[in-house]
Design a protein around this ligand. Sequence first.
Ligand code: ZN
Length: 233
Amino acid sequence: MGPKFDDKTKRTLADRVNSLCSHPDCRAQTKGPRGVDTDKAVNVGEAAHITAANRGAARYDATLTDEQRRDASNGIWMCGVHAKLIDNDAEKFPVELLREWKKNAEEAAFQHLGRTQPVANHTPRVEADRNMFRKFMATVPSSGSIGFLRTFNFAGGSFSRDALGELADYHNAWVGPDHEFLDEDLESLRKDFSTETLQILAIIATNTWSDESGRRSSVPAELVRVARRKLVV
Ligand SMILES: [Zn+2]
C-alpha cells in the first residue's frame, strides 16, 4: 500500500473546503447525519491524491517522498464520484487543474466563513462579463465621448473631432461575438448602445463640416435640434 492520508489530514482537507466536493461543477455536500441515531454521521467524500500515492497511478510524481505524497498539500477533497473520476483520468485532470480547483474551493470556503448571507457566486460566466464590462468602460469611459455628448451644447458651435474618438473606436473594435456579453440583459443594452452609437456617428459624419485642419467640426443650426433630441441622454 502506498502512502495514505491519515485521518487528521483527511479532516483538514474536508474542513478547508467546508466538506464540499472541490469539482467546480459539482460542489456536492459530502458530510451529514446518518440514520436517526444522534451519534452517527456519514461521509461520502474522499481525500483524493493530486499526484498519485502509488507508482503507475494517475499523476504519479517519482520525485516526491512518501512523506510528501501523504501531506495535505498533495490532497484534494472530492465527492466519491469525482474522486474516482480524477483517479482514473490523469489526462483530463492534470495536476495544475486539480490545484486550481483546490485553490478555488478553499477560496470559496473562506468567502463564506462566518457569513449568513449568500456570497455572490462568481461563475466563469459572470467573471467573463465583468471582464467585458471593464473593457467596455475602458473603451467608452463616461468621462470621454459620453460626457462630451452630455454636456456639449451643439448650438451652432464647433467641436474637436477627437471628442468623439472613443465612440468611433468602440464602433470599429466592438464588432463580432468576442465582444458580446453572455448575460442577455447586458448584451441587449450593449446592442442598443451600438445602434445609438452608429446613429450618432452617422449624423455627425453627414451633417457637420470639418475645418481645413480636419480636427474640428462645425455644427449647422438644423443639426442642433436633432442632436439635442438624439444625443443628450
Ligand atoms: Zn463531486
